[in-house]
Design a protein around this ligand. Structure first.
Ligand SMILES: [Zn+2]
Ligand SMILES: [Zn+2]
Length: 243
Protein backbone atom coordinates (compact mmCIF):
# COMPACT_ATOMS: atom_id res chain seq x y z
CA UNK A 1 0.00 0.00 0.00
CA UNK A 2 2.81 2.40 0.96
CA UNK A 3 4.60 1.72 -2.33
CA UNK A 4 1.39 2.24 -4.29
CA UNK A 5 0.79 5.53 -2.47
CA UNK A 6 4.34 6.66 -3.27
CA UNK A 7 3.93 5.80 -6.96
CA UNK A 8 0.55 7.56 -7.03
CA UNK A 9 2.05 10.67 -5.35
CA UNK A 10 4.96 10.69 -7.80
CA UNK A 11 2.56 10.61 -10.78
CA UNK A 12 0.29 13.31 -9.32
CA UNK A 13 3.21 15.52 -8.32
CA UNK A 14 4.76 15.20 -11.77
CA UNK A 15 1.53 16.44 -13.34
CA UNK A 16 0.63 18.93 -10.59
CA UNK A 17 3.75 19.93 -8.62
CA UNK A 18 1.69 21.15 -5.65
CA UNK A 19 2.68 18.91 -2.81
CA UNK A 20 3.22 19.14 0.95
CA UNK A 21 6.72 20.61 1.44
CA UNK A 22 7.62 17.75 3.79
CA UNK A 23 5.77 14.47 3.08
CA UNK A 24 5.15 15.28 -0.63
CA UNK A 25 1.45 14.34 -0.47
CA UNK A 26 -0.63 16.13 -3.07
CA UNK A 27 -2.29 19.26 -1.61
CA UNK A 28 -3.21 21.40 -4.59
CA UNK A 29 -1.37 24.43 -3.14
CA UNK A 30 2.26 25.16 -3.90
CA UNK A 31 4.56 25.56 -0.87
CA UNK A 32 2.02 24.39 1.72
CA UNK A 33 2.30 21.83 4.53
CA UNK A 34 -0.33 19.20 5.30
CA UNK A 35 -1.97 19.14 8.75
CA UNK A 36 -0.30 15.85 9.63
CA UNK A 37 3.16 17.38 9.08
CA UNK A 38 2.24 20.62 10.88
CA UNK A 39 1.43 18.56 13.98
CA UNK A 40 4.93 17.02 13.95
CA UNK A 41 6.84 20.27 14.61
CA UNK A 42 8.27 20.58 18.11
CA UNK A 43 6.73 23.94 19.01
CA UNK A 44 8.49 26.15 21.53
CA UNK A 45 6.03 26.88 24.33
CA UNK A 46 6.09 28.18 27.91
CA UNK A 47 7.98 28.05 30.20
CA UNK A 48 10.73 29.96 28.43
CA UNK A 49 13.13 32.84 29.01
CA UNK A 50 11.15 36.09 28.92
CA UNK A 51 13.98 37.78 26.98
CA UNK A 52 15.61 35.39 24.49
CA UNK A 53 12.85 32.75 24.42
CA UNK A 54 15.10 29.85 25.51
CA UNK A 55 12.72 27.03 26.50
CA UNK A 56 13.01 25.59 30.00
CA UNK A 57 12.53 21.89 30.63
CA UNK A 58 10.86 22.30 34.01
CA UNK A 59 7.63 23.79 35.28
CA UNK A 60 7.81 26.89 37.47
CA UNK A 61 5.55 27.28 40.50
CA UNK A 62 5.32 31.08 40.45
CA UNK A 63 4.45 31.52 36.80
CA UNK A 64 3.77 35.27 37.15
CA UNK A 65 7.48 35.98 37.59
CA UNK A 66 9.48 36.93 34.48
CA UNK A 67 11.92 34.07 33.93
CA UNK A 68 15.41 34.70 32.61
CA UNK A 69 17.98 32.19 31.37
CA UNK A 70 21.63 32.44 32.57
CA UNK A 71 22.66 34.34 29.40
CA UNK A 72 19.94 36.95 29.85
CA UNK A 73 20.65 37.29 33.58
CA UNK A 74 24.13 38.41 32.47
CA UNK A 75 22.49 40.82 29.97
CA UNK A 76 24.35 39.14 27.10
CA UNK A 77 21.97 40.30 24.37
CA UNK A 78 21.45 43.71 22.78
CA UNK A 79 17.97 42.87 21.47
CA UNK A 80 14.94 43.36 23.70
CA UNK A 81 13.07 40.13 23.11
CA UNK A 82 13.36 37.07 20.88
CA UNK A 83 10.88 34.42 19.90
CA UNK A 84 11.16 31.26 17.78
CA UNK A 85 8.30 29.11 16.53
CA UNK A 86 9.86 25.63 16.61
CA UNK A 87 12.93 23.75 17.77
CA UNK A 88 15.68 23.23 15.23
CA UNK A 89 15.68 19.47 14.72
CA UNK A 90 15.68 16.88 11.91
CA UNK A 91 12.03 17.66 11.18
CA UNK A 92 12.25 21.47 10.96
CA UNK A 93 15.43 21.04 8.87
CA UNK A 94 13.20 19.55 6.15
CA UNK A 95 11.80 23.04 5.60
CA UNK A 96 14.83 25.18 6.39
CA UNK A 97 17.56 23.46 4.36
CA UNK A 98 15.63 23.29 1.04
CA UNK A 99 14.74 26.99 1.43
CA UNK A 100 18.32 27.94 2.27
CA UNK A 101 20.27 25.73 -0.10
CA UNK A 102 17.81 24.06 -2.47
CA UNK A 103 16.04 26.93 -4.26
CA UNK A 104 12.71 26.00 -2.67
CA UNK A 105 11.69 29.65 -2.34
CA UNK A 106 8.02 28.66 -2.15
CA UNK A 107 8.72 27.18 1.34
CA UNK A 108 9.09 30.72 2.72
CA UNK A 109 5.31 31.14 2.81
CA UNK A 110 4.75 28.07 5.01
CA UNK A 111 7.62 29.08 7.27
CA UNK A 112 6.15 32.59 7.65
CA UNK A 113 2.73 31.11 8.45
CA UNK A 114 4.26 28.92 11.15
CA UNK A 115 6.16 31.91 12.61
CA UNK A 116 3.24 34.32 12.48
CA UNK A 117 1.40 33.37 15.67
CA UNK A 118 4.43 33.39 17.95
CA UNK A 119 5.50 36.81 16.65
CA UNK A 120 2.13 38.58 16.86
CA UNK A 121 2.89 40.52 20.07
CA UNK A 122 6.35 41.54 18.84
CA UNK A 123 4.95 42.63 15.47
CA UNK A 124 2.29 44.80 17.15
CA UNK A 125 5.03 46.78 18.91
CA UNK A 126 7.19 47.13 15.76
CA UNK A 127 7.25 49.87 13.13
CA UNK A 128 9.25 47.98 10.52
CA UNK A 129 10.31 44.44 9.65
CA UNK A 130 13.98 43.95 8.69
CA UNK A 131 15.61 40.72 7.43
CA UNK A 132 19.04 39.59 8.62
CA UNK A 133 21.03 40.37 5.45
CA UNK A 134 23.40 38.12 3.51
CA UNK A 135 26.51 39.42 1.73
CA UNK A 136 26.34 40.32 -1.97
CA UNK A 137 28.63 37.42 -2.96
CA UNK A 138 26.34 34.90 -1.26
CA UNK A 139 23.32 36.68 -2.75
CA UNK A 140 24.78 36.32 -6.26
CA UNK A 141 25.38 32.61 -5.64
CA UNK A 142 22.05 31.84 -3.98
CA UNK A 143 20.00 34.44 -5.96
CA UNK A 144 17.87 35.28 -2.91
CA UNK A 145 17.99 35.93 0.82
CA UNK A 146 15.73 33.43 2.59
CA UNK A 147 15.10 35.87 5.46
CA UNK A 148 13.88 38.52 2.98
CA UNK A 149 11.47 36.02 1.42
CA UNK A 150 10.05 35.22 4.87
CA UNK A 151 9.73 38.98 5.55
CA UNK A 152 7.65 39.49 2.41
CA UNK A 153 5.05 37.01 3.66
CA UNK A 154 5.15 38.26 7.27
CA UNK A 155 4.64 41.81 5.98
CA UNK A 156 1.33 40.73 4.43
CA UNK A 157 0.27 38.86 7.57
CA UNK A 158 1.16 41.67 10.00
CA UNK A 159 0.48 44.62 7.64
CA UNK A 160 3.89 46.09 8.47
CA UNK A 161 6.39 47.48 5.94
CA UNK A 162 9.72 45.75 5.29
CA UNK A 163 13.02 47.65 4.99
CA UNK A 164 15.00 45.33 2.72
CA UNK A 165 18.08 47.48 2.15
CA UNK A 166 18.56 49.43 5.39
CA UNK A 167 20.63 46.81 7.21
CA UNK A 168 23.44 45.42 5.03
CA UNK A 169 26.22 42.87 5.44
CA UNK A 170 29.39 44.63 4.36
CA UNK A 171 31.79 41.70 4.73
CA UNK A 172 31.56 38.16 3.46
CA UNK A 173 32.08 35.77 6.37
CA UNK A 174 32.52 32.02 6.60
CA UNK A 175 29.39 30.00 7.32
CA UNK A 176 28.55 29.91 11.04
CA UNK A 177 27.69 26.20 10.74
CA UNK A 178 30.63 24.59 12.54
CA UNK A 179 31.82 27.46 14.70
CA UNK A 180 31.76 27.59 18.50
CA UNK A 181 29.77 30.23 20.35
CA UNK A 182 32.82 32.50 20.75
CA UNK A 183 33.93 31.99 17.14
CA UNK A 184 30.43 32.90 15.92
CA UNK A 185 30.53 36.14 17.89
CA UNK A 186 33.93 37.04 16.41
CA UNK A 187 32.88 35.95 12.91
CA UNK A 188 29.97 38.45 12.74
CA UNK A 189 31.62 41.27 14.68
CA UNK A 190 31.55 44.50 12.64
CA UNK A 191 30.06 42.93 9.50
CA UNK A 192 26.73 44.81 9.51
CA UNK A 193 26.18 48.41 8.43
CA UNK A 194 23.20 50.73 8.12
CA UNK A 195 22.64 52.44 4.77
CA UNK A 196 20.14 55.09 5.83
CA UNK A 197 19.45 55.62 9.50
CA UNK A 198 16.89 58.43 9.15
CA UNK A 199 13.98 56.01 8.65
CA UNK A 200 14.79 53.83 11.67
CA UNK A 201 15.65 56.51 14.27
CA UNK A 202 13.36 56.21 17.29
CA UNK A 203 11.55 53.21 15.75
CA UNK A 204 11.02 49.64 16.91
CA UNK A 205 12.27 46.91 14.58
CA UNK A 206 11.20 43.30 14.14
CA UNK A 207 14.33 41.48 12.94
CA UNK A 208 13.75 38.25 11.00
CA UNK A 209 15.98 35.22 10.45
CA UNK A 210 15.43 31.53 9.75
CA UNK A 211 17.39 30.02 12.65
CA UNK A 212 18.51 31.30 16.07
CA UNK A 213 21.59 29.26 17.02
CA UNK A 214 23.62 31.13 19.66
CA UNK A 215 22.03 34.50 18.88
CA UNK A 216 25.39 35.96 17.76
CA UNK A 217 24.14 37.14 14.35
CA UNK A 218 20.88 38.77 15.50
CA UNK A 219 22.71 40.24 18.49
CA UNK A 220 25.26 41.93 16.23
CA UNK A 221 22.42 43.24 14.02
CA UNK A 222 20.63 44.56 17.12
CA UNK A 223 23.81 46.29 18.27
CA UNK A 224 24.23 48.12 14.95
CA UNK A 225 20.52 49.00 14.76
CA UNK A 226 20.64 50.51 18.26
CA UNK A 227 23.87 52.39 17.51
CA UNK A 228 21.86 53.99 14.69
CA UNK A 229 19.04 55.21 16.90
CA UNK A 230 16.61 52.26 16.91
CA UNK A 231 14.58 52.20 20.13
CA UNK A 232 13.76 48.51 20.46
CA UNK A 233 14.82 45.42 18.51
CA UNK A 234 12.63 42.32 18.59
CA UNK A 235 13.82 39.08 17.00
CA UNK A 236 11.58 36.53 15.35
CA UNK A 237 13.03 33.32 13.90
CA UNK A 238 11.43 30.19 12.55
CA UNK A 239 13.60 27.73 14.49
CA UNK A 240 15.80 27.78 17.55
CA UNK A 241 18.70 25.53 18.42
CA UNK A 242 18.15 24.31 21.99
CA UNK A 243 21.13 22.84 23.79
ZN1 LIG B 1 2.84 16.54 4.83
ZN1 LIG C 1 17.39 34.20 27.77
Amino acid sequence: MVILKRIWNSIINFIFPQQCCICKDFLGIDGAICLSCVSKFDLITEPKCSCCGFPFEFKIKDSNKALLCPKCLKKSFKFDKACAAVRYDDFSKKLILPLKHGDKTQYAKSIANLMARCGTELAKQSDYIIPVPIHLTRMLKRKYNQASLICTHLSKIYSKPVLYTTLLRSKSTQSQGHLSSQERKKNVSGVFVIKNNSEIKGKNILLIDDVFTTGATVNECAKVLKQNGVKKVFVLTFARVVK
